[in-house]
Design a protein around this ligand. Structure first.
Ligand code: ARG
Length: 481
């Protein structure tokens, strides 16, 4: 063994060089965390130098080599089991054995966990931004359609008249929770595992808070075994992404249905034609949005199944946990962005929506409500309207005579009944908090704007903190090289 530990390199090469090398290597997929690993290496080396664990000359040489490795790019890395090993090899190739000091007081276990958290936090913010864009698109369409009466459905049957604004704001509300879940996932992801080493800490006098701060983490994952082993942040991210994808899938399905009924025409950018049927304009983009929910739920299942029953502390199974989440992040972010584009460019046929708003006697509940407001027990009012079975004042009167033993108009003004039978009036009457009446929806729109601005700020603030940490790390590194 040479003084600087060449033997360790030789020993490392003794393993994983066989036919399974390609199987166990994650190097190709690790491109996703290439930049994160360089940041982790830099912060770690700076901390080691500040703590006097490597001298400034070695730190400077390693940091300069890392700059070269960064400039050459992931594709230029030497072979390795993973990006961590390959970057270390590239550094040692440039610096000589002293490059091996980079791996003092750490393990690939805390290293990879740090890389995943750094990459994922950015991905989560990107997903949140896509969801915010969709919220904005929905809110804008809603604002322009507060009075656009349309059929509302349960069981895909006409149920009660509503408005396009109220429909869209229902998804905006769900997306607010989806963004809150992404923000929560971010906050628990953004903790540094560095300094945990393999799982059992290190005898070196490391400053875990310093590496955490240099990398823009909000703090450390304290317990070293937890820090190395925990991947629940991946589960949480996958779950938040799946919830977002499920929201988008429902919206996409509604829009596909509305397009089929001629209520909405998608912009050409979000539609496809048929290779054989020249007249076709199909909502393919939204169908793919709908399908991505399957990818996301599959990813959640994949990551959870990979983690189930894993013993402490580190097991190589973990290498196959994060790819599920990367797939989900890319698919869900793309789907959410496409959905936002489709929503913001769609043209609605307001007349067709209004024409059909009363279809299937969808004003029936409003008539029963009017009777109940006049003092008839709701169940009896329900019976009267059910017996009439049609949006016709005379038929309702006949039913009232049969059920109540007197004319409907002895109980309610004819004008009240006529209003209840009008879809737009039916909507106006439902002005309860959260209801579709234009007045209620205007209040909801104001709150949607306020919530959107607050979330935008929260996301931008997290992004800024990350950017500031990156700039500070670059400056500190510049002080060495
Ligand atoms: N590529 C590995 C992963 O993603 C890095 C950690 C390897 N650690 C180990 N003890 N074999 O998990």
């Amino acid at each position: 063994m040479t003084e600087d530990g060449d033997d360790a390199v030789v020993r490392r090469d003794r393993f994983s060089g066989g036919p399974a090398r390609g199987f166990i290597s994650s190097l190709a997929g690790d491109e996703r965390i290439f930049a994160a690993d360089l940041a982790v290496d830099r912060a770690h080396v700076v901390m080691l130098a500040e703590q006097g664990l490597v001298d400034d000359g070695d730190a400077a040489a390693i940091l300069a080599a890392l700059d070269e490795v960064a400039a050459a790019g992931h594709d230029a890395l030497p072979d390795g089991e993973d990006v961590h090993e390959a970057i270390e090899t590239a550094v040692v190739d440039r610096v000589g054995p002293a490059g091996g000091r980079m791996h003092t007081a750490r393990s690939r276990n805390d290293e990879v966990a740090a890389c995943l958290r750094i990459r994922l936090r950015d991905d989560l913010l990107d997903a949140a931004d896509a969801a915010l864009a969709l919220r904005e698109a929905l809110t804008e369409t809603a604002r322009a359609n507060v009075q656009t009466t349309m059929p509302g459905y349960t069981h895909l049957q006409p149920a009660q008249p509503t408005t396009l604004a109220h429909h869209h704001l229902s998804y905006e509300s769900a997306l607010r929770r989806d963004v809150a879940r992404l923000r929560d996932a971010y906050d628990r992801t953004n903790r540094s595992p560095l300094g945990a080493a393999a799982f059992a800490g290190t005898p070196f006098d490391v400053d875990r808070e310093r590496t955490a701060a240099l990398l823009g983490f909000d703090g450390v994952v304290e317990n070293a075994t937890d820090a190395a082993a925990a991947r629940d942040f991946l589960v949480e991210a996958a779950a938040a992404l799946a919830a977002l994808a499920l929201t988008c899938s429902g919206l996409a399905e509604d829009l596909v249905g509305f397009a089929s009924r001629g209520y909405v025409e998608l912009d050409d950018d979000y539609a496809s034609t048929s290779s054989i049927m020249p007249q076709k304009k199909n909502p393919d983009t939204l169908e793919l949005v709908r399908a991505v929910a399957g990818d996301a739920v599959g990813a959640l299942t994949g990551v959870a199944t990979t983690l189930k029953g894993l013993p402490r502390a580190y097991n190589r199974d973990l290498q196959r946990a994060d790819p599920h989440v990367w797939d989900a992040v890319d698919a869900v972010r793309g789907a959410t962005g496409a959905c936002a584009g489709a929503v913001s460019t769609a043209s609605w046929d307001e007349a067709a929506l209004a024409d059909d708003a009363g279809d299937g006697f969808s004003t029936a509940t409003g008539v029963a409500d009017a009777l109940a407001l006049a003092g008839v027990p709701f169940r009896t009012a329900h019976e009267v309207v059910a017996r009439a079975g049609t949006a016709d004042a005379e038929a309702l009167d006949e039913a009232a005579r049969a059920v109540l033993g007197e004319s409907l108009f002895a109980r309610v003004d004819r004008a009240v009944v006529e209003r209840a039978l009008d879809p737009a009036e039916s909507v106006r009457a439902r002005d309860s908090h959260g209801g579709p009446a234009p007045e209620a929806v205007r209040g909801a729109l104001d709150r949607a704007d306020t919530a959107l601005a607050a979330d935008r700020e929260a996301v931008a603030d997290r992004r800024d903190r990350g950017d500031r940490a990156a700039a500070e790390l670059a400056e500190v590194v510049d002080g060495y090289v």
